[in-house]
Design a protein around this ligand. Structure first.
Ligand SMILES: Cc1cc2nc3c(=O)[nH]c(=O)nc-3n(C[C@H](O)[C@H](O)[C@H](O)COP(=O)(O)O)c2cc1C
Length: 374
């Protein structure tokens, strides 16, 4: 079968992967590559999707699925879908309204939105836009600055603006090697949404290096106590890829863990997140909520992650591209498509509530080590 022809407008987008070509037509190559790219040879980036797609589902039939409800809760707060929007820096590269547009679309759809430390718009402005559009929880992602006082200030501001969790990203002690950005000479932003940056901090001129120049490479487990002391907000750690680290996180009292390899943008040759998820779920053993990101683009991806024990997933690049394809409307269209897929796939699988998804909904051949699909 030949590939379907690419969509020519938003209404023709039928799946999350349709937004990339629409966005590409509206943005330059450097901006497109900033979103699409990964580290080194992009092996991990490719594996994330390939590994998700190797799983097969095992349906139960003759179940009454007339009413399917995909809503659930993330850290106790209601959301319409078990899929949230991953934190992504510099959304002005896709649309002038940047995070205002993404957050509005998320709030209107009842979907959780996570704002990056490196947002193009100020966290207060984003909160206000989201509140006007609807009601859904929003989380604030933290990159810890070398000057800790800056991070302390950000956490306090996020708490005051109604963000309901701090997502500490732990896979960015230094910047990953994004060769596309280096090759393209992607210009760094002149202004950041959440703080002033002095020219001395961005001399390198390459985006990932700009964030790398900001983050504190001394960050360690003991700093979780420091972070907890800054606000009453629950802490979610994003970027865990082993049972040992999951255990550490739980012992430090975190409320959630995101199994993430940063979409393959940091260390290449990390395993696909779906392959690591069972190890983390086992280590956490119900003591915290476990989420997954990296490579999610289909309703069936969401169901596979939930059947393996994730509370929910986060979607990155497809949402950024949807923003590039049509601003707020583009993100709304993407969330509609994903929601419709999740609900349709649940019905076809024989479940009416995300909480019903269990390991028995996965069909698998034994892999060579007995751990996954062969
Ligand atoms: C353009 C872009 C910018 C990102 N910026 C951030 C960021 O500021 N903070 C962070 O924790 N993760 C960041 N990420 C990683 C995402 O939160 C998420 O882990 C990843 O995109 C998931 O993979 P996916 O794109 O395949 O869905 C970024 C990802 C992309 C694509």
């Amino acid at each position: 079968m030949s590939e379907p022809s690419p969509p020519s407008d938003l209404a023709q987008a039928r799946r999350l992967d349709d937004f990339e070509s629409l966005a590409r037509a509206r943005m330059g190559r450097p901006e497109h590559d900033y979103i699409a790219g990964g580290a080194d040879d992009e092996l991990t980036m490719a594996d994330n999707r390939a590994a998700l797609r190797r799983w097969r589902l095992r349906p139960r039939v003759l179940v009454d699925v007339k009413t399917v409800d995909a809503s659930t809760s993330f850290l106790g707060q209601p959301v319409s879908l078990p899929a949230g929007i991953a934190p992504m820096a510099f959304q002005h590269f896709a649309d002038a309204d940047a995070e205002l547009a993404t957050a509005r679309a998320a709030a209107a759809a009842g979907v959780l939105f996570c704002l990056s430390t490196m947002s193009s718009r100020a966290l207060e402005e984003v909160a206000e836009a989201a509140d006007e559009a609807g009601s859904a929880p929003r989380w604030f992602q933290l990159y810890v600055h070398r000057d800790r006082r800056r991070s302390e200030e950000l956490v306090r501001r996020a708490a005051a603006a109604g963000y309901s969790a701090i997502v500490l990203t732990v896979d960015f002690p230094v910047a990953g090697n994004r060769e596309r950005d280096l090759r393209n000479g992607l210009p760094y932003p002149q202004a950041f949404g959440n703080f002033e940056v002095s020219p001395a901090e961005v001399t390198d001129g390459v985006l990932a290096a700009v964030i790398g120049g900001f983050t504190d490479a001394t960050l360690s487990w003991d700093d979780i106590d420091w972070l907890r002391g800054l606000s009453d907000l629950p802490i979610v750690i994003k970027g865990i890829l082993s049972g040992e680290d999951a255990e550490q996180a739980v012992e430090r009292g975190v409320a959630g863990i995101v199994v993430s390899n940063h979409g393959g943008r940091q260390l290449d040759r990390l395993p696909a997140t779906i392959d690591v998820l069972p190890e983390v779920v086992q280590a956490v053993d119900g003591r915290a909520e476990v989420y997954l990101d990296s490579g999610i683009s289909r309703g069936t991806d969401v169901l596979v992650a939930l059947a393996l024990g994730a509370r929910g997933v986060f979607v990155g690049r497809p949402i950024f591209f949807a923003l590039g394809a049509g601003g707020e409307q583009g993100v709304s269209r993407a969330l509609d498509l994903l929601g419709a897929e999740v609900r349709r796939d649940m019905a076809l699988l024989g479940v009416t509530d995300p909480a019903q998804l269990v390991r028995e909904h996965l069909w698998r051949r034994q892999g060579p080590d007995g751990s996954g699909p062969g």
